[in-house]
Design a protein around this ligand. Structure first.
Ligand SMILES: *Cc1c(COP(=O)(O)O)cnc(C)c1O
Length: 405
């Protein structure tokens, strides 16, 4: 258990500054040194014999079980998640999702997956999990009756995500997790969007919370990593499975992620206020049919976001009015301050096209209230630039998109 959990009353900024800083691991310096280690040398035969016997963080054995740099990051993340006993680090967010699902599922089991999950998670259902004899059934997280009806005696787990990928709807996670628990199923949440400081997943009934640290925690678009945090029993199971799969992360990347973590709140606050300003501006434009931003009043799931979340971030989408796909593409091409690229959570703003229809099996796209043509969207990841400059850029790109072609 992290030292931070004992002083869980202090504010987020204070927790982020101290998270994972254990003198016995990091010595007198502020940041844990990068321990590049495969071999740990033992004092003598007795110490060597002890090595494999005590399989726990904080005890050297061999590089695959980590060293202080990775332990400090895992400990920091555990300390930020109320109710967590430990955190396993993975070499990417997708590896964290796969490692978690391969921990809780067995051949013959059924996984219920939210239909608006991150696309590689949906692909995992049809690929990796199917190959291992695990069946995935997709559900609409807003249709609780249909979701409830999907449970059977083989349903072992549900995979949730909030907000939904690309379309950004915020479901009632506590209610969905409670229904899973009633049926004896575990709930896993992809909490990459809000992270532990924005949404306390375990405190809201989730059993395992997964994050792509690649996004906000790294924060500088220069590393790939994932994490899964859970209470004592599931943490041990996750750790055992990860060790069985030979999963380990680079100490250099762990040090970068720890550095990113220190400024997480500052960056998220800036991104959130800029995103809200830009989303509000877009909501007033005739070219735009809908803005899909959880922090924006009136957006799908906004009320639940207000009820459950302590913060937002810079990632949101919007949908153009009418079915002119080329116009949407011209808009993205005309942006000057936004890079065209995947990922998000870095300091720089990004834009990608969003065409969710082929990525939804049971949810409707476009959703109720939009015209059938209102289907081409854009996802913006708002970075740390001045929001006024980003709005000027978006305005000129809208003008170019409407004029050209
Ligand atoms: C990016 C992302 C992932 C995967 O993370 P990688 O580190 O890119 O593998 C998982 N879930 C969500 C919601 C993401 O945005």
């Amino acid at each position: 258990m992290s030292e931070q959990n004992k002083t869980g009353k202090v504010g987020t900024g204070t927790r982020l500054v101290g998270a994972g800083r254990r003198r016995e691991w990091t010595g007198p310096v502020v940041n844990p040194p990068v321990w590049r280690a495969s071999t740990h040398l033992y004092e003598n035969m007795a110490a060597l014999a002890e090595g494999p016997r005590r399989n726990e963080d904080g005890r050297f054995f061999y590089g695959r079980r980590g060293a202080p740099t990775q332990w400090a990051l895992a400990d920091a993340l555990t300390g930020l998640e109320p109710g967590a006993a430990g955190t396993v680090l993975y070499p990417s967010g997708v590896a964290a999702i796969a490692g978690t699902l391969l921990t809780v599922l067995r051949p013959g089991d059924v996984l219920l997956m939210t239909d608006n999950a991150y696309d590689p998670s949906r692909a995992m259902g049809k690929g990796l999990l199917a190959d291992f004899g695990i069946e995935t059934r997709l559900f609409d997280p807003f249709d609780h009756a249909a979701y409830r009806a999907l449970f059977c005696d083989r349903t072992r787990a549900v995979l949730l995500e909030t907000p939904g990928s690309l379309t950004m709807e915020v479901p009632d996670v506590p209610a969905l997790a409670a229904i899973a628990r009633e049926h004896g199923a575990l709930s896993v949440l992809d909490n990459t969007w809000a992270g532990p400081t924005g949404f306390a997943a375990l405190a809201h009934g989730i059993d395992i919370t997964v994050m792509a640290l690649t996004k906000h925690v790294g924060g500088h678009s220069d590393l790939m990593m994932g994490s899964a945090s859970a209470g004592p029993e599931l943490y041990e199971a996750l750790r055992k499975r990860a060790q069985g799969l030979g999963i380990v992360v680079s100490p250099d990347d762990a040090a970068l992620a720890l550095r990113g973590l220190r400024t997480l709140e500052l960056r998220l606050n800036r991104e959130t206020s800029s995103a809200l300003e830009i989303a509000s501006w877009l909501a007033g434009r005739d070219e735009i049919a809908r803005v899909l931003c959880p922090m924006l009043p009136g957006a799908p799931g906004h009320e639940i976001w207000r009820r459950d979340f302590a913060g937002g971030c810079g990632l949101f989408s919007f949908v153009f009015r009418g079915g002119d796909r080329a116009r949407r593409d011209r808009f993205i091409d005309a942006l000057e301050l936004f890079g065209i690229g995947y990922s998000w959570g870095g300091f720089e703003s990004l834009a990608v096209p969003v065409d969710p229809a082929p990525l939804r099996a049971v949810m409707r796209w476009p959703p109720a209230g939009l015209e059938p043509g209102d289907r081409h969207g854009v996802r913006l990841a708002i970075g740390l630039e001045d929001p006024a400059d980003l709005i000027v850029d978006i305005a000129q790109a809208l003008a170019a998109a409407m004029a050209g072609g």
